[in-house]
Design a protein around this ligand. Structure first.
Ligand SMILES: *Cc1c(COP(=O)(O)O)cnc(C)c1O
Length: 359
């Protein structure tokens, strides 16, 4: 075998690998996966039937333009069809946004810690990440992010609510920030957890995008809608951003199963809202219980909670796992725990209580 291997782009060196939430161990006691912010409910009524029916035709390519889904989304959000772009999960769309705007020498700003896909997709495109620390309260520091803008800035991610802290930025501060961003810099409002937001001061990105041509909203079917395994997300943005997304899309990336499931899910709104409501009640129960135990928990608007455990993070995750729940540790920082089935949340709360007493 030759010693020489194909030349790969230098930018790929040192890219952090995406760490998926660990699955629950198959051989443990009872094992619940609270590590990937998935929806614990099975597919919404009618969605499984729709997907099963569509499965009979998967010898065919999907509708490349995602016509049915695009039309459904345009109607739902009252936006022109030309302002929508679909992709293989909103991570796929986020990657297309970076590819469309940023290359070597360009800068992409985002808060840190935030969604771990941002550094990866930025580095793949050859652009430079500018990470702006969260405030001590684990919220986006929008003033510092605006201060970080240079003439090389091409894109800014605002993850609202933020993964993994759950914190959200509010209308007035977000608008003040948007007013400071130059019109030729794209702001991506990543609203993967929008359906779980209950703070009425947290804005709807789709309202903000309407009169701001440099704002793009990212949404997904993976979390509230429970379609994580089917890979479909979308962006709402003005031309020419939406057009750029259609150019950078992998042809036929969104399967017909995913397209049909997404349409059926949008039409099952009542059931969706019921489930989201139950998860939000569970979230309140979990946060109240943790605070009652003495933990400091940031206000979460998403389907997970954040415990800043610092050096004890890995230990805590190990204790959780032995008790039957898999959580998501960020070593040295904290753990992110998805609000899941009631029994799973109870196990987590029991572990948290015991751990609290030991420290
Ligand atoms: C889960 C998540 C997504 C969505 O991922 P998909 O690719 O749509 O499954 C996007 N952004 C954030 C911040 C997330 O946590």
């Amino acid at each position: 075998m030759s010693e020489t291997s194909p030349k790969l782009r230098a930018e790929l060196e040192g890219i952090p690998t995406y760490k998926p939430g660990r699955p629950a161990a198959a051989d443990g006691p009872v094992a619940y996966k609270l590590s990937s912010n998935e929806n614990p409910y099975p597919p919404l009524p009618g969605v499984l039937e729709t997907v099963t029916a569509a499965a009979g035709s998967f010898n065919r390519y999907p509708d490349m333009a995602c016509t049915g889904l695009m039309n459904e989304l345009a109607e739902r959000f009252a936006v022109p069809v030309s302002h929508i772009a679909t992709g293989t999960g909103s991570v796929g769309v986020a990657q297309q946004l970076v590819q469309s705007t940023s290359g070597p020498g360009d800068e992409v700003i985002y808060a840190w810690r935030s969604f771990e896909a941002y550094p990866i997709i930025t580095q793949i495109s050859g652009a430079t990440s500018v990470k702006v620390p969260l405030t001590p309260g684990d919220v986006h520091d929008l003033d510092a992010m605006a201060d970080a803008i240079t003439d090389r800035t091409r894109l800014i991610f605002v993850c609202n609510p933020n993964n993994p802290t759950g914190t959200a930025v509010r209308q007035a501060e977000l608008e003040r920030f948007l007013d400071r961003v130059p019109a030729d810099v794209l702001v991506v409002l990543d609203e993967a957890y929008k359906e779980f937001v209950r703070d009425i001061e947290v804005p709807d990105g789709v309202v903000l995008y309407r009169d701001r041509p440099n704002v793009c909203v990212l949404r997904t079917f993976s979390k509230a809608y429970g379609l994580a395994g089917l890979r479909v997300g979308f962006a709402i943005a003005h031309e020419p951003v939406a057009a750029a997304l259609r150019k950078t899309a992998v042809p036929f990336g969104v399967s017909q199963l995913a397209q049909d499931a997404a349409v059926a899910s949008l039409r099952a709104e009542d059931a969706l809202l019921g489930r989201v409501g139950s998860l939000v009640s569970e979230r309140t129960r979990v946060v109240d219980a943790l605070r009652g135990q003495g933990w400091t928990v940031p206000d979460t608007q998403a389907n997970f909670v954040w415990l800043r455990l610092g050096e004890r993070t890995v230990d805590f995750a190990a204790v959780c796992e032995r008790a039957g729940v898999v959580v998501r540790p960020f070593p040295g920082e904290g753990v992110r725990v998805t609000v899941g089935e009631t029994e799973a949340n109870d196990i987590f709360l029991t572990v948290a209580e015991g751990f609290r007493k030991e420290i």
